[in-house]
Design a protein around this ligand. Structure first.
Ligand code: ZN
Length: 246
């Protein structure tokens, strides 16, 4: 996979009239790679592949939030004619449902195509069909996420390093929680919030750990499959940027 910048350059060269072969030669890329990218160029009836364009901060934040939601508890079905992303949220958390919906609309623009499927009384499924899901979520693959390797590509790591909080929020909103730890000292009760992120995939735990390192939030493994943020300075940052699930 190539850096976003090279894709943007390739798109500009081809939009400027350079042939696929000449573009490949100019950028030192394989011909087949540029042919694949060419399919994702804008046409009269379809908007461009998001990976061929530069984006505003709001788009990047929406993308990273959805990436976190997807890595935590999302599902990308690629066997359908158009890939479909399914994200799940508890009906106890209307603001999270709204966050997912808004982010999908920001990412997709006018053709968001978000469908709200109420699977049960407790759970809402948000699903969105889009041919570019496989481009923007290259971590999809057969089998469960914890049974395969889930590694961010360089362009995703670049985005995450620039906007770590939306990715952390997405991860906590899907597979994390905020719990109150109640301590009684000299007959007085004190409660301290703590944050947890549990996931069966070592790779996804590592992605969360890397994000927390970027924002200098101290963390540790409280179980082999769970990360905990309990130190006061780190919790204060989490309260500011993530907060209770609601
Ligand atoms: Zn695409």
């Amino acid at each position: 996979m190539h850096e976003l910048g090279i894709r943007i350059q390739a798109r500009r060269l081809m939009a400027g009239g350079l042939t696929t072969r000449a573009t490949a030669a100019r950028l030192g890329l394989a011909y087949g790679t540029v042919v694949k990218w060419r399919r994702h160029l804008p046409s009269d009836d379809a908007p461009a592949c998001p990976l061929t364009e530069a984006h505003q901060d709001a788009w990047c934040s929406a993308y990273l939030y959805l990436l976190g939601q997807y890595l935590g508890d999302g599902h990308l079905v690629t066997s359908t004619r158009v890939p479909v992303l399914r994200l799940y949220a508890s009906t106890d958390y209307p603001r999270i449902i709204a966050d997912v919906q808004t982010s999908l609309e920001l990412l997709r623009g006018r053709d968001a195509g978000v469908v709200n499927v109420r699977a049960t009384r407790r759970m809402v499924t948000l699903q969105s069909y889009w041919k570019h899901w496989t481009c923007v979520l290259p971590q999809h693959g057969p089998g469960r996420k914890h049974e395969r390797s889930v590694v961010l590509l360089p362009w995703q790591r670049e985005l995450a390093a620039a906007h770590p909080w939306p990715l952390i929020r997405g991860l906590i909103h899907s597979d994390g929680c905020r719990a109150l730890n109640v301590v009684t000292t000299n007959g007085k009760r004190y409660s301290y919030p703590r944050y947890f992120f549990a996931n069966e995939s070592r790779d996804i735990l590592r992605i969360m750990g890397d994000c927390l390192d970027t924002v200098e939030v101290p963390w540790r493994f409280n179980r082999p499959n769970s990360i905990s943020v309990a130190r006061r300075d780190g919790v204060a940052l989490m309260e500011l940027h993530v907060g209770p699930k609601c």
